[in-house]
Design a binder for this molecule. Structure first.
Ligand code: NAD
Length: 299
């Protein structure tokens, strides 16, 4: 049994922390939301009153926060206040599973290294369903020995563990994947909306495309049309899942990265604009598959 500090218990972090607790680890759970902490405590975690309290005595620290500013502020400090790195014991393994800029991961890793702390990026794919089932895909950025230290814990939360390269490489792999995901969800939504406008049954059409050359992850597991997949966010009023604003963040990271390396990503840029319009209409908190509403007639 290992004492693990888990910070950030949202749609993804809570089920990941619960899987570690169920595997017998002592999980010190912290989030800014008390309800989020209570959810993990109800499944075997131990409540921490602060991030500093959570890392006390922990051999492993895992973070699952929204974006780069949250991760940098937590570890490096903000407005003159010291960051969590000053409270983490040397020799501790820190695994950041948030999706953030590769440059932010590298910045935190450099400061951690100076303090004798092992920091690696390990963003995930697989959605909330994968987080609950413990079948996430981890994309790891770090050294091979850091990955081997992390593997026993990652295996309790995920099925596929890939070593993408040095620190930051996990984040680069993740934004490539999410750029593709953002684009494919828009394409899938357009196709279903077109079929439905022509009188096709969305379930029948989805099944035809799933088994044809248009088959993809959304058609397999995460259909954007309500009622096609019982457990998908679309069938729950687009609640939970992966927020539109988080997808917007990831597409922004992809565009920043593309500018940096002078890559051409026209569909990624267009997808970012389409999700931005959707967010501006007040849909930022809805699951990103609600993008289908942009292609449907108003109710
Ligand atoms: P979320 O908004 O549901 O959860 C984030 C949690 O972090 C919230 O509970 C918030 O209170 C907490 N938090 C923020 N700042 C904090 C701080 N300083 N200390 C402690 N807690 C803090 O987000 P999510 O959907 O769980 O996503 C988390 C990360 O995982 C994001 O980077 C996202 O892009 C990525 N991700 C999400 C999904 C998905 O399907 N939801 C899939 C893969 C990756």
């Amino acid at each position: 049994m290992t004492t693990i500090a888990f910070i950030g218990l949202g749609n993804m972090g809570a089920p990941m922390a619960i899987n570690l607790a169920k595997a017998g680890h002592d999980v010190h759970a912290f989030d800014l939301s008390r309800e989020a902490i209570a959810k993990v405590v109800a499944e075997g975690g131990t409540a921490a009153v602060s991030a500093q309290d959570a890392v006390e005595g922990a051999k492993v620290v895992i973070t699952m926060l929204p974006a780069s500013p949250h991760v940098e502020a937590l570890f490096l400090g903000k407005d003159g206040a010291p960051g969590l790195l000053t409270h983490i014991a040397p020799g501790t393994l820190v695994i950041d599973s948030s999706t953030i800029a590769a440059a932010s991961s590298q910045k935190v890793a450099k400061a951690a290294d100076a303090a004798g702390i092992d920091f690696m990026d390990a963003p995930v794919s697989g959605g909330t369903g994968g987080a609950i089932a413990g079948t996430l895909t981890f994309m790891v950025g770090g050294t091979a020995s850091q990955l081997e230290r992390a593997r026993p814990y990652l295996e309790k939360m995920g099925g596929n563990i890939f070593h993408a390269g040095p620190v930051g490489a996990g984040q680069t792999a993740k934004i490539c994947n999410n750029m593709l995901l953002g684009i494919l969800m828009i394409g899938t939504s357009e196709a279903i909306a077109l079929g439905v406008a022509n009188g096709l049954d969305p379930k029948v059409l989805s099944e035809i495309m799933r088994r044809s050359s248009g088959g993809n992850w959304a058609l397999e597991k995460y259909n954007p049309f309500p009622g096609v997949h019982e457990n998908a966010p679309a069938s729950k009023g687009y609640a939970g899942g992966f927020g539109t604003d988080l997808m917007l963040k990831d597409l922004g990271l992809a565009q920043e990265n593309a500018s940096h390396v002078k890559a051409s990503t026209p569909l990624g840029g267009l997808a970012r604009s389409i999700y931005a319009q959707h967010s501006l209409k007040g849909n930022g908190g809805l699951d990103f598959s609600s993008i289908i509403q942009a292609f449907q007639p108003r109710a």
